[in-house]
Design a protein around this ligand. Sequence first.
Ligand SMILES: [Ca+2]
Ligand SMILES: [Ca+2]
Length: 71
Amino acid sequence: MRNLLIPAALLFAASTLYAGDMPNFTDVDADGDGALTLDEASAVEGFDFTAADADADGSVTLDEYMAAIEG
Ligand SMILES: [Ca+2]
Ligand SMILES: [Ca+2]
């Protein structure tokens, strides 16, 4: 029973990600400085930091985050 519950939870998490249900920028920005570091962004499962960082300055702004999660 326990072994069946874990994959079900993972499947559910994956399906919500594909539905575009990403966390709010302010929730991910742990220190509230208005930009996401690689560490902060790594808390978002399935988020491609390098792809989202459009100007490659090592941080993801709100604009870059929104563009990334909206595809
Ligand atoms: Ca931050
Ligand atoms: Ca950037």
